[in-house]
Design a protein around this ligand. Sequence first.
Ligand SMILES: Nc1ncnc2c1ncn2[C@@H]1O[C@H](COP(=O)(O)OP(=O)(O)OP(=O)(O)O)[C@@H](O)[C@H]1O
Ligand SMILES: [Mg+2]
Length: 347
Amino acid sequence: MSVKPKSKKALVVKNVTKAFHDKTKILPTWLRRDSQKTKFFAVNNVSFSVKESEIFGILGPNGCGKSTLIRMISTLLLPDKGEIRVFGFDVIKEPEKVKEFINRVSVEASFFKRLSANENLLYASRIYGLNPKKAKQKFTQILKELGFPLNKLNQPMENFSRGLQQKVSIARGFLTDPVMILLDEPTTGLDPKSKLDVQRFIKKIHREQGITILLTSHDMEEVDRLCHRIAIMDKGKIIALGTSQELKKLVNNEDVYVLNTSDNQKAMHILKQIRTIKKLRLDDNRISFCTKDLDSVMNILTTMLRKKKIRLRSFSQVKPTLEDVFLKLTGKPIIDKECELEKEVEF
Ligand SMILES: Nc1ncnc2c1ncn2[C@@H]1O[C@H](COP(=O)(O)OP(=O)(O)OP(=O)(O)O)[C@@H](O)[C@H]1O
Ligand SMILES: [Mg+2]
């Protein structure tokens, strides 16, 4: 790479806003000429930064603005307001320098569908100015690691499933050893095996090359498994940001425990006497409670259960998931189905 970074921060996004017009919005004739009335914010005053070598996740439902944000970072779309810097370079004023650092992999990747994966990747290599022989070795190796059946390398891309096309797209994204990669929903629509192949590859390439990764997804487990820090997005805004552990603390600051005994009514009676227990509940043969002092609770509980000849059948700690976090923050689940963005229209 010919350009040296101007900053140690891989990415800085400051108060970035992007509005579009909702052409499907039906308005009274007297309002139709006023473009402000159909305006909505796809990305609304978003700020965050990504450290070098970090895997940063943007988690949010369909239509929350993830791809719009990725397109602005990758210089494909201009922000209306705010500032984006990639290794210190401004995406608006210095797009060519920014492009030296990043590559983007997205679901809408374009290929010559009638040409084979091999031809498409060789074509990309030529555009990137790579040695064709070395490039072929490299993309063959990446495809192998991604679990791509190499006997299909010379088949036309139009015969490929979405999963296979996505793998070719990922191989293309990594051809030039980017310093930072933007992975826009890299595993959406993939079968479970392909999903794992791609996730394993992302981890491996990060481990070996220390590449900075910005990844969007609406798969909470994926983000939890791969990312060092996560920004949760909803309706164009970042509504929470932190490590998975920090985000999960937003759901519950106390540790939650569940247990089942041979006589839950009597066990409830015992637990009610313990002062450090809070939020004690019995539903469907399951007792749950919160405490910050598990040791003393367990001492009292086990002694009392033994005394009353009640058997402890199961005991475990309930760990919140990112799904719980999203639900708590927005009051709705992240769903895979098309979900409408609540558009902000000012009258
Ligand atoms: N060029 C555009 N013109 C008008 N509206 C747009 C445009 N691009 C995106 N939108 C709208 O902006 C909102 C955010 O879209 P975006 O693609 O960024 O969401 P997303 O979070 O990536 O969703 P998904 O998970 O479905 O990929 C959506 O309502 C979308 O319809
Ligand atoms: Mg998207």
